[in-house]
Unconditional design. Structure first.
Ligand code: SF4
Ligand code: SF4
Length: 448
């Protein structure tokens, strides 16, 4: 079966939520919507305390080319714009706090477009619409989608891949979306293909999602037969862009490079659906599907959640935490970020909320011991790095050498730490080394 070189197969634990249909979580009484929830510059607020908003009202506009607009997700009144804990950033971030008026009013001044109307839209116009709707990649990195489908003029794009791999253990949001909203995903893929001047797309799904493969294949044959559903092997990190491109097309993105350099654009299934909603239904991105799962939550679920909903409200909606919960992660267990509070909001890039106990914690928690030189981390690294050496260099501050050894190419997948028999915190040291290198680079830039 199609796959890439290296990688691992951690326990999947998808059974906790994979058969749970997407439920709509009612709008909460309060949302906290960060101005920074995407790659690039934070959005600039266009509302102030006291302003009234509806779901879908623009509350902050993109501040530059790489940025994204932000919209209210409920109707009510802006209470404040203040710093608030963020699930993906170390320090509190300016956020728009909105209190609900309990009426859940939507901006209904716009009407949906027919398929024929969508067909007539020019690519530039579609990009502007995606930008105005605040569409970003929903797979995690939250890169503005309009920018991602605007490769440099000399890049020759011949493939669009819709990524339905969802290789992180526990997470099932994309799986459910493919099973329940296949037409929207395929229509979104068609719109993205048009923007890129392409006639067809590949939709990649891991083979542990047979129902999603069946539904998407059947829907593609009915809705748009140029969408080809391809099954890829269930292996982590199959959903990483470079690994997916390697598996499907046999193309290797150069070190330090991006997919457009090998003629490819990759978009997540959730993003394709958000594009469909933005262009066909004229709906800004103010809600998304989130998997709430793990042995530490009473009722694991897949929920359609308003952006800015506090995780504490989601926990209450899912029956509360189990008494032995020991860890809360925003995202999956491999690449997600451990949280210190439930008072963080769901943002556009939140694919899951994971609550672990001592059981089913897929990482070793024993103290780390010396490297055995067993080479396991080297054998599985999907980026062909030498994790044991990169981690050691970062630990001892040998940053120039670490750069020479490709530390910046690490995609932080965590596979090396997963296999290490010595419990070495390999990815943690590597992340630390990368942060130091980036900090040094920005210090030098500011000095100039
Ligand atoms: S070094 Fe980076 S890319 Fe390689 S296995 Fe470790 S975390 Fe993944
Ligand atoms: S897997 Fe762990 S023990 Fe083995 S070489 Fe890598 S760091 Fe050393």
């Amino acid at each position: 079966m199609i796959t890439f070189r290296g990688g691992i197969h951690p326990p999947e634990f998808k059974e906790l939520a994979e058969e749970k249909s997407i439920e709509i979580m009612p709008a909460p009484e309060k949302v906290v919507i960060p101005l920074s929830q995407h790659t690039g510059a934070p959005a600039k607020p266009v509302v102030a305390a006291g302003d009234e908003v509806k779901a879908g009202t623009l509350i902050a506009e993109a501040a530059g080319f790489i940025s994204a607009s932000v919209h209210s997700s409920i109707s009510g009144k802006v209470k404040a714009i203040e710093s608030w804990p963020h699930p993906a950033l170390p320090l509190p971030v300016k956020s728009v706090v909105i209190e609900s008026d309990g009426e859940d009013k939507f901006d209904d001044s716009v009407k949906p477009r027919s398929e024929a109307q969508v067909e007539k839209l020019k690519p530039e116009k579609i990009k502007n619409m995606m930008s105005a709707a605040g569409i970003v990649g929903l797979g995690g990195a939250a890169f503005p989608t309009a920018v991602k489908v605007s490769p440099p003029p000399d890049a020759s794009i011949d493939r669009l891949i819709i990524n339905g791999a969802e290789c992180e253990p526990f997470l099932t949001a994309d799986d459910r979306l493919m099973r329940e909203k296949p037409e929207g995903i395929i229509m979104g893929a068609k719109i993205l293909a048009r923007v890129l001047g392409l006639e067809k797309v590949i939709i990649a799904i891991e083979h542990n999602k047979p129902e999603a493969i069946r539904v998407m294949t059947e829907t593609a044959s009915r809705v748009w037969s140029e969408a080809e559903v391809v099954t890829v092997k269930t292996k982590y990190p199959q959903g990483a862009e470079k690994q997916l491109i390697s598996a499907l097309l046999g193309r290797e993105v150069p070190k330090g490079g991006l997919p457009f350099m090998v003629g490819v654009v990759v978009q997540n299934t959730g993003t394709a659906y958000a594009v469909y909603e933005a262009i066909s239904k004229r709906k800004p991105l103010y809600e998304r599907v989130v998997t709430v799962t793990g042995p530490g939550i009473t009722e694991p679920r897949n929920l359609l959640v308003r952006i800015g909903t506090l995780c504490s409200d989601i926990v209450s909606f899912c029956g509360g935490l189990k008494p032995d919960v020991s860890k809360f992660i925003s995202g999956g267990p491999m690449m997600g970020i451990a949280q210190s509070t439930l008072d963080v909001p769901v943002i556009k890039g939140t694919s899951g909320l994971l609550f672990l106990t001592g059981k089913r914690n897929i990482f070793r928690t024993a103290p780390e011991v010396n490297c055995l030189r067993c080479g396991k981390c080297v054998g599985i690294c999907p980026m062909r790095l030498v994790p044991c050496e990169n981690a050691r260099m970062a630990e001892y501050g040998k940053l120039e050498k670490a750069e020479d050894w490709g530390i910046l190419d690490c995609i932080e997948c965590g596979s090396c730490a997963f296999v290490c028999p010595s419990g070495r915190r390999l990815v943690q040291w590597i992340k630390y080394g990368k942060d130091l290198i980036f900090a040094e680079r920005s210090r030098k830039k500011e000095k100039k």
